[in-house]
Design a protein around this ligand. Structure first.
Ligand code: G3H
Ligand code: 13P
Ligand code: ZN
Length: 339
């Protein structure tokens, strides 16, 4: 069942679980995520980045997501724009039927971030769509945006983390529905040089200054070593890959107000490891179904593992009830475009 993230976060906040937000780029990834959620009776967020829109063409992506929703009426599903960079893109996504959007103005000066985020909220709320914004700066792709290198980032981590007081001001002035926080995670497969450490004290402080505001953790892949070993064993080259330990993610959703956990890299890893394995062990294989099929199954297993880590398995029914209780209509633009 298609819905916004509101009923999901209503239950996740303080409810000891988090919602996995998984990036979709093609049919196999979409099917794999949904198959895992259906098997585990878990709500999920299917998120589409600007790059995914460009790669797959939104019409194809949307048709696949619609098929996933129609095939699984018992699974609460939100369609979310990941790292939207302009209000125009937010508007386009709302018209494309997204139920949730992210306006990421975190790399802009604070006042500009407030301005574009508030604008996105105005447009989205008028259509019944919810908005995630970001404050602070993650490592990985975002540090490149401002030309910082990884070493600078690691050395000056404190100043890139989300400021709790600023978060309260930001929430008040924008009216956002959830906030992506910088607490030491970064995108991709190379998150930490040394020990993996997240600033949970920041999360506690943000929860104090912004009570009730659902928090979002980007860069939450764990980069499981066994998958790195497989990639490297079958011809890959990913030395020193490191992610956020799964017990830290589990703690973030059970103990803190982290309601949405973004995972992309681990799905890519599962897919790549399996395709490499098929190519290396069956060099005569050339039917794409015989490597994309096993890759799809590997992603399904990875997502199931995440749903247990997030403790969202078995939460579908409660989320659907919450959605019905809220009595919220489908986002209005969705109804218009879906006819
Ligand atoms: O935030 C980053 C996500 O992993 C999406 O990545 O921009 O390559 O689609 P992408
Ligand atoms: P990972 O690269 O850790 O999977 O993070 C994905 C993400 O944050 C997408 O917005
Ligand atoms: Zn992200």
């Amino acid at each position: 069942m298609l819905m916004t993230t509101k009923p999901m976060f209503d239950l996740a906040y303080g409810g000891g679980f988090g919602i996995g937000a998984f990036n979709v780029n093609n049919m196999e990834i979409t099917q794999a995520i949904i198959e895992a959620c259906a098997a585990e009776k878990s709500p999920c967020i299917l998120q589409v980045s600007k790059g995914a829109r460009k790669y797959a063409n939104m019409r194809y992506l949307k048709a696949m997501i619609d098929a996933a929703v129609a095939e699984n009426p018992g699974i609460p599903i939100a369609i979310h724009l990941d790292h939207g960079d302009t209000v125009d893109l937010v508007k386009t996504c709302i018209n494309d039927g997204f139920t949730s959007v992210m306006l990421d103005g975190s790399h802009q000066p604070y006042e500009e971030n407030v301005k574009v985020s508030a604008e996105a909220v105005k447009v989205a709320h008028a259509a019944g769509v919810v908005v995630e914004a970001e404050l602070g700066m993650l490592g990985g792709i975002e540090e490149d945006v401002v030309g910082k290198n990884a070493e600078d980032y690691a050395k000056n981590l404190e100043k890139f983390l989300t400021d709790p007081k600023q978060a309260a001001d930001f929430w008040k002035r924008t009216g956002i529905d959830s906030l992506a926080v910088a607490i030491g995670t970064s995108h991709g497969a190379f998150k930490f040089k040394d020990e993996a450490k997240l600033a949970f004290n920041r999360v506690e402080e943000i929860m104090k200054t912004c009570p009730g505001l659902p928090l979002v953790m980007h860069g939450s892949s764990s980069v499981p070593q066994e998958f790195i070993n497989l990639v490297n064993k079958y011809g890959g080259n990913m030395p020193n890959a490191k992610g956020v330990p799964e017990d830290q993610i589990a703690m973030a959703v059970r103990k803190y107000g982290v309601c949405k956990v973004n995972i992309d890299t681990d799905l890519r890893l599962a897919m790549t490891a399996k395709i490499r394995e098929v190519f290396a062990t069956k060099p005569a294989e050339f039917d794409p179904r015989n490597y994309l099929g096993p890759a799809r199954s590997a992603i399904t297993e990875m997502v199931k593992r995440k749903l247990h880590m997030l403790n969202s398995a078995g939460k579908s029914e409660a989320v659907i009830k919450q959605w019905q209780k809220l009595g919220q209509p489908m986002p209005s633009y969705y109804k218009k475009t879906a006819a």
